[in-house]
Design a protein around this ligand. Structure first.
Ligand code: EPU
Length: 422
């Protein structure tokens, strides 16, 4: 079992490049199998979740080729299975993203209830409702959902009762090959969604309004193959910015798109972080004073404060003067890592599953910790990097799921992190 040994306190400086977005790559891979032609995806992050998605394509009979680091081709013409293997499906939440292309192209799919990060109940009821609205029949069997649409999907109107990123993406994919017009009301607006729609439109789809709450899709008979580049990972960008705010007077984050994090930058400014933003970089500079508490942090669907940066921001607030309140509105299990921060010396009260109060600043101390999920994991890694003494972190697979080669990249900036096998 691999672990990180972190010696806290090292300052960071230099440049760090942001990779392609995990949450874009994880949708472009299944989107590639909406067509029978080859697709090429560039700027793919080399992370565990992506590797698992490629394994899934291969398990279905498709062919995946690494053309060079970060560039992959997917040949979906040989796909001959429509059942997601139980083990792979159970390990990965985004296995659910294969429902739309398989159902649209083959009229059938069998999928286990997807696994993934334990950050809440994470039901798939809205996926099921959405596909039913497009005419699919859904039968729940012992270990699988069995969806069929033997005479094809039919365009319809689907009204989201709450905003969902992956359900929006799944509906866009399915409706692209449905007969007639689909209207999505109260769709999610994340930049990964509009980029997915751009990709599909280039291949022949007819999608309008992606990136707003109202999306219209005119179904087409087939989609071509094509080339697509993953947009920069906005969560990596924000994560590195917080590392810089805590540990650097001069850290340049490059190959990013700061425009995808506008509200996040407002919070960082309010906390007293000093930085400069360019079109494709963020430069963290020497702070002019102490970090300040923020009493009203609230996560929100895009373009609000992204939930995936809530845990790193909470770590920052343990070092800020005064009382902060963080309200996590999206997931009901995404604050329990604060218990581990308290073990390291933080003073955080969990008011209820959605809210914490942070009394800062607190000195943090190295401890034996464990990464509960991807974003809490990276937050605890940041905590260990600012703590006094040595921390040992278990379950780092969770971090590898979303951050490529993280300890090597942070070591280059000056961090003291070792990967050991124990
Ligand atoms: N929800 C339902 N029913 C459904 C689907 C979702 O009740 O059928 C609920 C969820 O449980 C949640 C809320 O709706 O409470 C919103 O979740 P959403 O569906 O938007 O989340 P997601 O699509 O599963 C994506 C990202 C997450 C990110 C959230 C919110 C991907 C692969 N995942 O998840 O990223 O936190 O949107 O922005 O795109 C991560 O990268 O670590 C991560 C968890």
């Amino acid at each position: 079992m691999e672990k990180f040994i972190i010696n806290g306190g090292n300052k960071l400086s230099g440049k760090i490049k942001v990779t392609g977005a995990k949450n874009h790559a994880l949708k472009l891979i299944p989107a590639a199998i909406l067509s029978e032609q080859v697709s090429i995806i560039k700027n793919v992050p080399e992370i565990e979740d992506v590797i698992k998605m490629f394994e899934l394509v291969e398990a279905l009979g498709g062919k995946v080729k690494k053309l060079k680091p970060g560039t992959y081709s997917i040949d979906p013409s040989t796909i001959n299975k429509t059942a997601i293997p139980y083990d792979l499906g159970r390990r990965l939440r985004t296995s659910v993203m294969f429902i739309a292309p398989l159902l649209a192209r083959f009229g059938e799919v069998k999928i286990p209830h997807p696994g993934g990060c334990m950050i809440g109940k994470r039901p798939i009821d809205m996926f099921i409702e959405g596909f039913k609205q497009l005419g699919a029949r859904v039968v729940q069997e012992k270990d699988y959902y069995h969806l069929t649409a033997k005479s094809g999907l039919k365009g319809s109107k689907y009204i989201f009762r709450r905003v969902s990123v992956t359900v929006t993406e799944a509906m866009i994919m399915a409706a692209s090959l449905a007969k007639g017009k689909t209207e999505l009301v109260f769709a999610a607006c994340e930049p990964e969604i509009s980029s997915l729609a751009d990709y599909l439109n280039k291949r022949g789809a007819k999608i309008k309004g992606a990136g707003t709450h109202a999306v219209e899709i005119e179904g087409v008979k087939e989609l071509k193959g094509g080339e697509m580049t993953c947009i920069p990972d906005r969560i990596e960008c924000g994560t590195f910015a917080i590392m810089g705010a805590l540990l650097s007077d001069d850290l340049k984050i490059t190959n990013c798109n700061p425009a995808h994090l506008e509200v996040f930058w407002v919070y960082l400014k309010k906390a007293g972080v000093n930085f400069e933003i360019g079109k494709d970089y963020v430069h963290i500079l020497k702070r002019k004073g102490a970090l300040q508490a923020i009493p009203d942090v609230i996560t929100h669907e895009y373009p609000g404060l992204v939930s995936d940066l809530q845990a790193p921001l909470t770590v920052l607030l343990t070092q800020a003067n005064g009382l902060s309140m963080v309200h996590e509105t999206i997931f009901e299990g995404r604050l329990f890592y604060t218990d581990m921060l308290n073990r390291m010396g933080a003073d955080i009260i969990l008011c209820d599953p959605h809210r914490v109060v942070i009394n800062g600043p607190s000195k943090l101390y190295g401890r034996e910790i464990e990464s509960p999920d991807l974003r809490a994991g990276i937050a605890l890694l940041i905590a260990a990097m600012i703590a006094k003494g040595e921390s040992k972190m278990a379950n780092i697979y969770q971090i590898d799921r979303g951050y490529a080669n993280i300890e090597q990249r942070l070591k280059k900036l000056g961090a003291d992190i070792k990967r050991i096998d124990e």
